[in-house]
Design a protein around this ligand. Structure first.
Ligand SMILES: NC(=O)c1ccc[n+]([C@@H]2O[C@H](COP(=O)([O-])OP(=O)(O)OC[C@H]3O[C@@H](n4cnc5c(N)ncnc54)[C@H](O)[C@@H]3O)[C@@H](O)[C@H]2O)c1
Length: 386
């Protein structure tokens, strides 16, 4: 039986807890730290609420709940603080993204894990999704020759959520590079097989999504009005933002995210190319296209349909359970979480200053290779590349 200690049982972690229990039905909640126990409990299925204990502090949870592993699912600005507390325990940790929202927090988190014994699974479902696994296997097998370029896009069809829920609070999210692009910059670096070293970025704010309190609705139908979303001056989430990316191995790329897209406008995926081929995939279409330049033929591959987060949540859960049991290394390690945050912080700074920004690299942490995707030691990848 696995005893999991939970810090912040919100919507996301309640969902992931279901995935953990689907992966290992013996998993039990050893205790929860959450300032709103009633709401936290209500997120659990009714038959799983009995006997759940709440604690005021992580120290109490550790002492009285005696967990075998921890999971942090608070909102973004608390991830680093609880991650640092978890590092000191040496227990396996499931840590929500972004792993930090400021450079100070990210550096402190990196230092905390420099000597930590516990393995971390960062909550990046895209990198372990079936499509990303298929793309990684083909790229590593040389399908496009030496990779030279990546173009990645995320046309988000549910962008309202960043303006009509708690995500509107820029003080918590620090904007949509950290909140959203952290996933994409992670999977892109994972596929490229090298960290991002330099970024130039731009961000559009307040052209589409506007603060209702500042202007009465109904005046301008090119705009969408929401309560308390801030202004470009006070800080607000982006309508759209983009980044030019340079990777340590010489690959270059472009990334764009757009938040007012609707319905079939949705696209999330990438085109990766080299002299010998072009590989393109889209999670919404659930397809991967590989065009080898030697002949005018395109191979189409589709993973199974209807998976949560394109199969990534189940794969993350399986990996976390295997890490707890000592059967696998993390497929989404703390190094990946930190590298992504450092790249997102560089993008944020570049968008604010109009300059290229060098990305902070890992310094304290002995980083495992970025390309864990085809590592045969990680069992979750075998179905993905089948
Ligand atoms: N990896 C993914 O694909 C993915 C998807 C959705 C959300 N997320 C991330 O998950 C996080 C949580 O999002 P959510 O929608 O579940 O939010 P939420 O508001 O539903 O959950 C946050 C929980 O943290 C609790 N909390 C608040 N202060 C706390 C404290 N000091 N100590 C402990 N617990 C505290 C709240 O009471 C709540 O239960 C966010 O950072 C979000 O970015 C990740």
């Amino acid at each position: 039986m696995i005893r999991l200690g939970i810090i912040g049982l919100g919507q996301r972690l309640a969902h992931m807890l279901g995935c953990f229990q689907a992966s290992d039905p013996s998993l039990r909640v050893a205790g929860i730290v959450d300032p709103d126990p009633a709401a936290a409990l209500a997120r659990l299925p009714e038959d799983k609420r009995a006997g759940i204990r709440f604690f005021d502090t992580v120290a109490d949870l550790l002492r009285e709940g005696r967990p075998d592993a921890l999971a942090v699912g608070t909102r973004c600005d608390l991830h680093a603080r609880y991650g640092i507390a978890a590092a000191a325990t040496g227990l396996p940790l499931f840590l929500e993204k972004p792993v930090a929202t400021t450079l100070v927090d990210a550096r402190a988190l990196e230092r905390a894990f420099a000597d930590a014994a516990g393995e971390v699974v960062v909550s990046f479902p895209l990198r372990v999704s079936a499509l990303a696994g298929m793309a990684k296997a083909r790229l590593d097998a040389g399908a496009v020759g030496r990779l030279e370029h990546v173009l990645a896009v995320n046309y988000v069809p549910y962008g309202n959520v960043y303006f009509d829920s708690w995500y509107r609070d820029h003080g918590v999210t620090q904007g949509l590079f950290l909140q959203k692009a952290t996933h994409d910059l992670d999977y892109i670096a994972h596929l490229v097989g090298a960290p991002i070293v330099r970024v130039a970025a731009m961000a559009q704010h307040g052209r589409v999504f506007r603060d209702k309190s500042l202007e009465p609705a109904g005046g301008d139908d090119t705009r969408a009005y929401f309560e308390r979303i801030g202004t470009p001056e006070t800080g607000m989430n982006e309508d759209a933002s983009s980044a030019l990316l340079e990777f340590a191995n010489g690959v270059q790329g472009v990334y764009t995210q757009v938040f007012y897209t609707k319905h079939h406008g949705a696209v999330r995926g990438a085109t990766l190319s080299g002299k010998d081929g072009t590989l393109r995939f889209d999670w919404y279409r659930n397809e991967l296209l590989l065009h080898r330049h030697a002949e005018p033929v395109t191979e189409l591959t589709r993973p199974p349909e209807g998976l949560n987060h394109f199969g990534g949540d189940g794969a993350l859960a399986d990996n976390f359970i295997a890490v707890i049991k000592g059967e696998a290394r993390s497929a989404s390690p703390i190094a990946a979480g930190l590298r992504s945050v450092y790249a997102c912080l560089a993008a944020k700074e570049s968008a604010a200053t109009g300059r290229f920004v060098a990305v902070q690299q890992l310094t304290d942490l002995e980083a495992p290779p970025v390309s864990l995707g085809t590592d045969s030691a990680s069992p979750i990848h075998s179905p993905a590349v089948a």
